[in-house]
Design a protein around this ligand. Structure first.
Ligand code: ADP
Length: 261
């Protein structure tokens, strides 16, 4: 009888082990696939400006005695593509640096009100170009333990988007609040909004709602992936609320005290 029990137990254990093993294999496979997809996306994104530059350079080379204005125009286009390539590489580097789930955090006690003021000040020239009104509202003074560089990147990306995907003469409201445990930042805009079906995907790397439109506006599709990573390495949360055609609100919640993993 006792042999029987032993037999059953060993059998169950083996079955459980094999299930756990299969589950792990499945996870590894998914990881490998997402890695592959990432590399293929990166290659594609980096190749697009290259292709344009090649076409522009080739057509210049083929032209015999083109007027100097034409050279200038083509070189300006090439310079634009170089800027774009640069932006993609810069964004990719910040993303890769942060992907290490919170390693290399440079944690300091930072005045968040000041950080927000500074960030808005830096972005004001872009807002002014579209005559977008930027307003900040602080409900209380907040100091928190954060990695200033990483956190600023997150907020910059959110505010930059709120300006970029806005109408001329629109507005951006940024607010800061806190309780005993967290601080909360809200970035609200009067812009074009995000269709409901796209909302679950906007934090994915390279995801853009309207590729042609976003390209015109000049994004890399990495801004929100960077913002989300920056929030996650602070053990925070980020959410989006939006109505197409009406505007978008991003909320960020970050613990006041940093807890290492
Ligand atoms: P991008 O570099 O294209 O701006 P992001 O990762 O920052 O990439 O954003 C992903 C996409 O989400 C954008 O292409 C845009 O379609 C959409 N999006 C982001 N923020 C906003 C916003 N405030 N209003 C409307 N659409 C937005």
């Amino acid at each position: 009888y006792s042999d029987d029990v032993l037999h059953v137990d060993t059998f169950t254990e083996t079955k459980q082990l094999s299930e756990a093993f299969n589950k792990m294999l499945g996870r590894l496979k998914l990881l490998d696939e997402s890695r592959e997809e990432f590399v293929s996306n990166v290659s594609h994104e980096l190749k697009t400006p290259m292709t344009s530059m090649k076409v522009l350079a080739d057509s210049l080379l083929e032209m015999k005695e083109a007027p100097v204005e034409m050279y200038q125009e083509f070189m300006q286009d090439i310079a634009k593509e170089i800027d774009r390539e640069n932006q993609i590489i810069t964004d990719l580097l910040s993303l890769v640096k942060m992907d290490k789930t919170g390693q290399n955090m440079n944690i300091q006690t930072v005045n968040i009100n000041e950080l927000l003021e500074q960030t808005l000040k830096r972005l004001r020239p872009i807002a002014d170009k579209k005559n977008v009104e930027m307003v900040m509202e602080s409900f209380r003074p907040v100091t928190a333990e954060i990695d200033e560089m990483k956190f600023t990147l997150a907020i910059s990306n959110l505010v930059e988007n709120a300006i970029k995907y806005n109408h001329d003469n629109g507005w951006v409201h940024v607010s800061l609040n806190a309780d005993h445990k967290y601080f909360y930042i809200k970035v609200e805009d009067s812009g074009i909004g995000i269709p409901e079906k796209d909302q679950p995907h906007i934090f994915e790397r390279f995801y853009r709602v309207d590729k042609s439109h976003s390209r015109e506006i000049g994004g890399t599709g990495l801004g929100l992936a960077i913002a989300r990573n920056a929030v996650i390495v602070h053990r925070g949360a980020i959410k989006v609320y939006s109505n197409e055609g009406e505007g978008t609100t991003f909320t960020v919640r970050i613990p006041l005290i940093y807890v290492a993993a």
